[in-house]
Design a protein around this ligand. Structure first.
Ligand SMILES: [Zn+2]
Ligand SMILES: [Zn+2]
Ligand SMILES: [Zn+2]
Length: 391
């Protein structure tokens, strides 16, 4: 604490104990405010950036996968830029600023420093730290089969019996134009995964002819969806008829497509909206190349991939939101059944994930293998070969 009772970066860096997540949070809060012209609320920025302890702690922050995966992408971008700037200043005492590319910073005041940080952030072209890689998932053309007459028997679920019936039918047929990758039992039904849309069509015809009482549903393959974060001046009433997406198409020179490019949903955050939009696969590819930025008129905003995966904040189970929860409370950080905020919420060493039972991460993190499996099931239904997930 300084004389005004505020936490400053210097006081945090001067602490004798090892820095904790709470300190990380305070540091981030201060550096994200540096864009605002308020001379009094911090130490000299150049001094802080030149402090090896600052370089050290911001490197720690970036490498703490648990901590960083919970941040919003814009804050990660600010943090990464400060860290890179600090690295340059500690080692060379220069920062890249306009042309010629490097300039001595020893005489910089706070305002000049802020300007160069802003410039540095725009020059920073690396992929956001929050993105993660995923093994390729093959898009599957799925049929969901239910057979009414089949009920659960002792020791044999209806799904397992349906699976046997489907496999028998597949063995009987010798049509090379009906190839099935997998038959997967699910809740009171089975999913048949076909190689192509055509194979699926042929199989549907075969079932109709040979097993007319089976109930079949096809799973639609849909285009990718993204969430645009912090779109200002979006007027839901005016834009229900999709004018805004036409504006985005023009602004970003995306291929125009009234059928596939559309606004799916939006929700209001403070002073802005987050928009979930569906886009052509080629547009998704372009956004990834553009490091996840989309121009919305008032500037670039961050786009992240959107999947409809619900994870309950009360019981940490997948498939429903907290308002539909009928389960007992189960803590996403320690797996125990308690109602109050987890006392280990800030302490990742103590985390035990209730979904995979592993230590070191919590239920809400994308590093959880159970989440990744869930994600793959979603990706199978999407017409895009994801390699990186913009998160
Ligand atoms: Zn729940
Ligand atoms: Zn807990
Ligand atoms: Zn887990």
């Amino acid at each position: 604490m300084d004389s005004e009772g505020k936490t400053t970066i210097t006081t945090i860096l001067g602490k004798k104990t090892t820095l904790q997540h709470n300190d990380f949070k305070n540091i981030l809060e201060i550096i994200t405010k540096h864009g605002e012209a308020n001379e009094s609320n911090s130490n000299n920025i150049a001094d802080i950036l030149q402090d090896p302890r600052f370089l050290n702690v911001t490197t720690q922050m970036i490498n703490d996968q648990n901590w960083i995966s919970e941040l919003n992408p814009d804050n990660v971008r600010v943090l990464t830029s400060f860290n890179k700037m600090s690295k340059l200043m500690v080692t060379t005492n220069t920062v890249p600023i306009s042309e010629p590319s490097q300039m001595n910073t020893s005489s910089f005041g706070n305002n000049k420093m802020r300007k160069s940080i802003t410039q540095f952030m725009t020059m920073d072209e690396t992929e956001p730290k929050t993105w993660f890689k995923i093994e390729p998932v093959i898009t599957c053309f799925t049929i969901i089969v239910k057979i009414k007459e089949i009920k659960n028997k002792r020791g044999l679920t209806s799904a397992a019996q349906i699976q046997t019936e489907i496999e028998k039918l597949l063995i009987e047929n010798d049509n090379p134009q009906i190839k099935v990758r997998k038959v997967i039992p699910s809740y009171e039904c089975c999913k048949i995964k076909c190689e192509t849309a055509n194979h699926r069509k042929n199989l549907l015809e075969l079932i109709k002819k040979e097993r007319p009482t089976w109930q079949c549903e096809t799973q639609l393959i849909r285009p990718p969806q993204i969430k645009l974060i912090g779109v200002k001046y979006f007027n839901p009433e005016k834009n229900l008829e999709q004018q805004f997406i036409r504006y985005l198409e023009k602004k970003n020179q995306w291929p125009l497509d009234k059928e596939n490019n559309k606004i799916i949903a939006y929700n209001q955050t403070n002073q802005a909206h987050d928009l979930i939009i569906q886009i052509l696969p080629s547009i998704r590819e372009r956004i990834e190349k553009n490091k996840g930025w989309v121009n919305v008129g008032h500037g670039d905003v961050r786009a992240i991939d959107y999947f409809n995966i619900k994870l309950c904040r009360k019981c940490a189970n997948f498939g429903h939101a907290i308002r539909d929860c009928k389960n007992m409370t189960r803590c996403g950080y320690c797996t125990k059944r308690h109602n109050e905020t987890c006392r280990n919420q800030q302490n990742s060493n103590e985390w035990v994930c209730p979904n995979c039972r592993r230590k070191g991460h919590n239920a809400f993190q994308v590093i959880c293998p159970v989440f990744i499996e869930r994600l793959k099931v979603e990706i199978e239904k999407i017409n895009f070969p994801y390699e990186s997930i913009m998160h």
